[in-house]
Design a protein around this ligand. Structure first.
Ligand code: ADP
Ligand code: MG
Length: 360
């Protein structure tokens, strides 16, 4: 399959209402040419609506959409050059695998010979070589999703849209398909917008992630940036686990109670500030305390064994709860503190991030 020329997508001021519901609320978004961008958000946040606007199945109330230099809002779906994969596969059960994969080519009136070559190459790309004559009902869930994927790329679209394509698969298969989809994207290079509500899937697959809530984009950033430097509580809470401690502005930094907090990053513009603590970045302190660490006195509420790691829940002197995760090596679990024990918890200044409350 030749590499189709990828196109950037430009969304400006798109709003879509259903009665009093703002499914999309003045959304603007730039998807770079050839990028794998994920829309991540809870159920009902507007992800599918935005994808349907890109595909042309939903007409927004207002706003503009460009693919490259072309305005697309009035262009019919089949003229947009967009491949689409749905959660429920949407395959034709009475057709063979090849019949399904070749469907977009028949719509485009491609000759049988050329279509056969294209179908074979698409099936090869999704590792279903030789499956062309099988019936759809003979396939497993994972194979059906591969057929749907082959069908979406067979006409070499310049833009690929996927709406929770892996959510019907079991976890092992989903993990493998995430990596395969990623490799396929690297091979084909088309601009891809992917929808999921699964934060780990988004972190695994994406060049960039747009976190969506209530029809708005809360933050758009690369996976590591989103995890390390979320802009508000909603994003911090939706991606990864964290505890939040109330802090107050103090000059150019912040205070937790009477303690001046050591940190490297900036304090955001917000009236309500929170210190975000990722459990794997917080530490249970035993020996000497390094100078570049914030130290909290705490009382253990519960210690939980989780195989590869432990999770320790504790309360701080102000009553805030905090969770700390640590690795377990053979024999080390028994020596850990238990409920009621007093402990010291540490957070390195590089791991100390203050965020704005809000976003939800
Ligand atoms: P997501 O894909 O993130 O779960 P959707 O885009 O499907 O969210 O929905 C966003 C909001 O718009 C929800 O509140 C949903 O109920 C509403 N909505 C979506 N499509 C329709 C529709 N056709 N009619 C009425 N409400 C809709
Ligand atoms: Mg949806």
């Amino acid at each position: 399959m030749t590499k189709p020329e990828a196109l950037p997508i430009t969304v400006r001021g798109v709003t879509k209402t259903y009665g009093s519901i703002h499914a999309l609320d003045d959304v603007s978004l730039d998807v770079k040419s050839g990028e794998f961008l994920t829309l991540l958000g809870p159920s009902g946040s507007g992800k599918t609506t935005l994808l349907m606007v890109l595909a042309g199945f939903t007409r927004p109330d207002c706003g503009s959409l460009r693919f490259g230099d072309h305005e697309m809002i009035r262009t019919a779906p089949h003229l947009r050059g967009v491949g689409m994969v749905f959660q429920n596969y949407a395959l034709f059960p009475h057709m063979t695998v090849a019949g399904n994969v070749g469907y977009p080519l028949r719509l485009r009136k491609m000759s049988k010979g050329e279509a056969k070559d294209r179908i074979d190459r698409a099936l090869e790309l999704v590792q279903l070589e030789g499956y062309g004559d099988r019936g759809i009902e003979q396939l497993s869930g994972g194979q059906k999703q591969r057929v749907a994927l082959a069908r979406s790329i067979v006409f070499e679209p310049r833009i690929l849209l996927m709406d929770e394509p892996l959510s019907a698969l079991d976890k092992k298969l989903r993990d493998r398909m995430q990596i395969e989809l990623r490799h396929l994207h690297e091979k084909l290079g088309m601009t891809t917008v992917y929808v999921t509500h699964d934060q780990r899937e988004a972190l695994t697959m994406s060049d960039r992630i747009a976190v969506v809530n209530h029809g708005k984009i809360m933050q758009l950033a690369e996976p590591q940036h989103l995890y390390d430097r979320p802009e508000n509580k909603f994003v911090a809470d939706f991606i990864g686990d964290s505890s939040f401690l109330p802090v107050a502005r103090d000059g150019s930094g912040v205070k937790f109670g009477d303690m001046a907090v050591q940190m490297d990053g900036a304090v955001p513009q917000s009236d309500t500030l929170l210190l975000m603590v990722r459990p794997e970045r917080a530490q249970l302190l035993t020996g000497e305390v390094p100078a570049d660490m914030n130290v909290f006195d705490a009382k253990v509420i519960e210690l939980v064994y989780q195989g590869e790691s432990y999770l320790l829940y504790a309360t701080l002197t102000d009553g805030s709860e905090i969770a700390v995760r640590g690795a377990i090596r053979e024999g080390t679990f028994a020596a850990l503190p238990r409920a009621g024990d007093s402990v010291k918890l540490g957070l390195h200044r590089v791991d100390t991030v203050v965020i704005a409350d809000g976003g939800s």
